[in-house]
Each structure stands twice: as C-alpha cells, then as structure tokens.
Design a protein around this ligand. Structure first.
Ligand SMILES: Cc1cc2nc3c(=O)[nH]c(=O)nc-3n(C[C@H](O)[C@H](O)[C@H](O)COP(=O)(O)OP(=O)(O)OC[C@H]3O[C@@H](n4cnc5c(N)ncnc54)[C@H](O)[C@@H]3O)c2cc1C
Ligand code: FES
Length: 516
C-alpha cells in the first residue's frame, strides 16, 4: 500500500464502489481508515490491528466483525472493540454519513469505555472473589475480560513466573534474534494491573487446592480463598540429562528469563546444538542462525514436523533451514558432551559451545490432579471450560475440551487458543453460558516464512497442496474421509481467514456465538 495514494474518505466515496462484505482502505485527516459495507450499512474503523499493527484491509469481514490477517484477532465493526484475542484493545471508529449515493466518513468518534465495556450488561453472576492460577496467555486474557465485562470484585492472578504476563511466542523468535525493547514483550504495561485492581502476585507457586474449603495453599505457606477459580498453569518443560554436559551450557526455552539468558549466551558463542526439531527447536535454530551462529539440529525423527504437518511440509522446512546453513542430524540423539565435543547416538561428532533443548513439554496438571479434578491427558472441561468441580475452570495448555469441529476432546498448545479460552472462561465465570467453539489457530515463523494453521488434524488420510511450497504461496489441506479438518497456509493470509470462516460455517448455519 506504501506507494498507492489512498482515497480521502472524508471527500466521499460512491456507495456502488463497495459490495456487501467488502472494505476500502483510505485516509481521513492523515489516519488510516477502513470503510466497510456490511448488510447495506457502512462502518468506518481504524485500519491497524491493535495487536501487532497489521493492515486490517488485508483481513476479512465475517458477519459484523473485521478479522486480522496476521493472527486472526476480531474487531466489532460497530464498537471497534477487540472481540477476540490476540488483540485486547479497540480500534478507533469514525461517523459515517450517506448522502444519496455517496458515503462520507466524517469525524472520529470518541473511544468507548473499555473497563468496563460501554453498554455491557451487568454480569448475570458476580463471584465474591476470583483467583487465576497462572500469569500466561490464558490467565491475562481472563483477568482482562473479567474487568471488561464489569466484574468489580476482588481479582488475583498468581504466577510462578518472575515477570508479569508477556508475549511468550517471542521467546523463541524475535527476542533471541535481536535486541528488542521490553515494552514489546509485556502484554500489558505495569500500570494496567494497578489501574484495574488486579492483584498480580509474581514468583509465587500454588502448591495445592482445597476444593471443599475453596482455599489455595501457596508454596511460601500463605493461603488464599476463592469463590471462582481459573486454572491456567500452562506446560512444564521436559528436561533431558545429557551425560557430560555442564548445566551452565544447557538452555531451555519457555520463559522470558530463559530468552534473556539465551540471547546473552548466543552473543558470546559461535556454535550451538539445538536438540529437538519441534516448532520451538526450529524457531530457535532460525533465530540463532540469523545471528550468524553455526547451528546443528539433532532430533530422533526422520523429518521435522512430519507428525504435525506431514512429510512434504516437513521436508520444505528442512530444506529452508538447510538453504540457510543449518546442519541437521536427524534420526539421532545426543549421547554425550565432552568439552565442546557433542557425540551422537551413531557415533558422529561435532563441536558446539552450548546446547538448547527443545524436547517438548507436558501440561502442568499436578495441581489439578492432586485436587481431584478429572484428568485425561489434560484437565477435562465441558464446553463452558468448567472442570469436573463446579466453579473451577481451566484454560490454555492444560485444558482438554470437547471440540465441536472434530467431535473429539482435544488439547492444544496454541497461543491464541489459550487467550480465547481465558476470555470465554472469564465470561462463563460471570454467568454467561458461552460454549468454547473457536476454530483452533496457531502460527510459526522461521527464516521469514510464516505458516498459519487453522483447525485441528491429529490424523488425516490425505493431504492436498494447493499452490507451491517452493514459491512460499500455498495452502495445505488436511482431510479425513474427504472432510477438511485443518488448513495450513504460507503466503496466503486471506485463504487462512477464509478457511477459518468455512470451518466455523460447517459447524452451524449461523455465525459463532458472540458476547459483546
Ligand atoms: C517459546 C515458545 C514459543 C511459542 N510460540 C508460539 C507460536 O508462535 N504460536 C502459537 O500459537 N503458540 C506458541 N507457543 C505456545 C503458547 O505460548 C502456549 O500455548 C501458551 O502460552 C499457553 O498459555 P497458558 O496460559 O496455558 O500457559 P502459559 O502461557 O505457559 O502460562 C502458564 C502460567 O502458569 C504459571 N504457573 C504454572 N504452575 C503454577 C502454579 N502451580 N502456581 C502459580 N503459577 C503457576 C506459569 O508461571 C505461567 O505464568 C509457544 C510456546 C513457547 C514456550
Ligand atoms: S497483528 Fe493483528 S492479530 Fe496479530
């Protein structure tokens, strides 16, 4: 859009220029504005997503919302409110006036109140206190939504982390590749918690839940009562002992502190062994190779991502990494390390100054399990994200929920899913009966290539590739018995949004339930 002169929407646009469901990007007094026609009504909203400022003109219109092309945040066209994560803040709005067949965008409208949201009805239920265990994606999104929806009672978020909620996906990407300001990592500025009366308790681990007395025991000996409880404890790293390796040379990638330590180490090293060819492993490989390190990836599988994305996509990512100079040692594991010498299971060797272990995570279930909540490879929740104990909800990496799209109980480790579950759980804590029926979405970024994935396919019997992986312009459809379960895209953000909408539509004739 940079060299294209955008129309001045205040001068008027012919109504014919836009069909229903279409949008036009323009300017109003130097600001980027989207004019949208939907159901024969016109709306004017800001053109930049409040998450990472993507151009919403490249997104899509679904019902009364505009969706972002980058990470699929949704904004209400009437109010500008960020209806679903990963964006939390509203986009601005302008008054629109239609005079005969010309549509004029007039003055900018005052921003609507967000805490609580203007026009939000009184919550049907108001617990006497809410405690959230976990200060990650789901925890923060839930706390934010509770205040947005008018919950005014005591609200605490207890987190074992030493940092306030931050952008975890960056931990394996930009943050370890280049110096970036801390403000980019914080999901909310420090003042937010004070302003919203959220008691953010960091460096504090909940050790047990007394379900009968509705009381939490903290590791430091303190206790905390709750009326409603949200468990959002995420995942624990799987650790691996490498014979001969010093702890000081072994790095993991989960927290912001991990990222700080890794960023620093990479600044004084030349060679790294990345153990594990998962998303985290290969994102780290990409970031550190981009910093000029010699990178060796060691993993037991024959092809990266084969189980999650299929052999062809796995082969594509492997070739992408190899073209950038990453060395793969697949179908092998690390046997030992002596000094800088790394010896693999087949006897082959190379030198590395340090190791990064990305060998997977386990959902952090210990707390829920000890409290007697029903567990099945995750905390079992119903469609409202409530656990087997009334008043206790679970969201994010730990939750296994009945996914209406696959008809299965599923658990995923996706950032946007965790945030949206936190948001839905918050509304349900306040008495809304909102099923969690979002289509799962995740992305990964490596060497400037972003893959986006909508849906959920643990198994498939055919893969259809539309377009070209090599041209970085394709959609990969994962199908079972002819039904499309999931769609991955590279360079086709529009198709990713369309696929998401199609998966939603296949569930019901009306759009997804929304609670503004
Ligand atoms: C490095 C990295 C990169 C990622 N990149 C992507 C990506 O690009 N795209 C994508 O879709 N997904 C990505 N993910 C996955 C995504 O970050 C997770 O799915 C998401 O963070 C899960 O959110 P959550 O709230 O369930 O858990 P988390 O965000 O992990 O938060 C869990 C919180 O619970 C706290 N906690 C745990 N136990 C206790 C306890 N007993 N008491 C108190 N606090 C406790 C932790 O300290 C933490 O604050 C990435 C994950 C990692 C680690
Ligand atoms: S930039 Fe819009 S959702 Fe991330």
């Amino acid at each position: 859009m940079e060299n294209v002169k955008l129309p001045d929407l205040s001068q008027g646009v012919s109504a014919d220029r836009l069909a229903n469901g279409q949008m036009l990007q323009g300017k109003v007094a130097e600001e980027d504005v989207l004019l949208v026609r939907q159901d024969d009504q016109f709306f004017a909203v800001g053109a930049n997503c409040t998450h990472y400022h993507a151009n919403l003109a490249e997104g899509s219109i679904v019902g009364d919302e505009v969706r972002c092309p980058l990470h699929h945040a949704c904004f209400n066209l009437r109010t500008g409110m960020a209806r679903c994560a990963p964006a939390f803040d509203a986009i601005p709005r302008w008054r629109v006036e239609r005079v005969a067949e010309t549509v004029f965008v007039r003055e900018k409208l005052p921003a609507l109140a967000q805490y609580p949201e203007a026009g939000s009805p009184k919550p049907p239920h108001s617990p006497s206190s809410v405690v959230i265990v976990g200060g990650g994606a789901a925890g923060l999104a839930a706390a934010d939504m509770l205040r947005r929806k008018g919950y005014a009672g005591p609200l605490a978020m207890i987190s074992a982390d030493d940092s306030a909620p931050y952008d975890r996906p960056n931990v394996s990407k930009d943050y370890i590749q280049q110096p970036i300001p801390d403000e980019w990592m914080n999901l909310r500025l420090p003042d937010f918690y004070k302003e919203q009366g959220i008691d953010l308790i960091l460096n504090s681990r909940v050790s047990s839940i007394d379900v009968r007395r509705k009381q939490l025991q903290l590791l430091d000996g303190k206790t905390r009562e709750y009326d409603a409880l949200l468990l959002a404890t995420g995942a624990d790293l799987i650790k691996l002992a490498i014979p001969g390796a010093n702890d000081s040379d072994v790095f993991y990638v989960r927290t912001w502190s991990d990222a700080r330590a890794l960023f620093q180490k990479a600044g004084s090293a030349k060679r790294v062994a990345v153990v594990g060819a998962s998303f985290i492993g290969l994102e780290v490989a990409s970031a550190l190779r981009s910093r000029g390190l010699e990178v060796h990836v060691v993993a037991p599988e024959a092809q990266p991502f084969e189980r999650t994305l299929g052999a062809e996509v796995g082969g594509f990512f492997r070739a992408l990494h190899e073209s950038q100079g990453v060395n793969f040692h697949l179908s092998r594991t690390v046997s030992r390390r002596d000094g800088t010498l790394v010896t693999l299971s087949d006897g082959s060797e190379f030198h590395a100054d340090f190791l990064v272990l990305g060998v997977g995570v386990r959902p952090a279930l210990a707390l829920a399990e000890a409290a007697g909540l029903k567990i099945d490879r995750g905390v079992l929740v119903n469609q409202y994200l409530e656990t087997s104990v009334a008043g206790i909800y679970a969201a994010g990496d730990i939750a296994r929920w009945p996914d209406p799209h696959t008809g299965q109980q599923i658990r995923v480790e996706h950032w946007v899913v965790a945030e949206r579950q936190g948001q839905v759980a918050a509304r349900n804590i306040l008495g809304h009966q909102e099923p969690f029926d979002f289509v799962p979405f995740f992305w990964t970024a490596q060497f400037g290539i972003t893959l986006k994935y909508v849906g959920h396919a643990e198994r498939w019997d055919s893969v259809e590739i539309q377009g070209s992986l090599d041209a970085h312009d394709c959609a990969i459809l994962y199908k079972q018995s002819g039904k499309t379960l999931a769609v991955a895209t590279i360079g086709r953000d529009g198709q990713s949004l369309e696929s998401e909408a199609a998966l939603e539509a296949s569930l019901r004739s009306s759009p997804r339930a929304v609670h503004d």
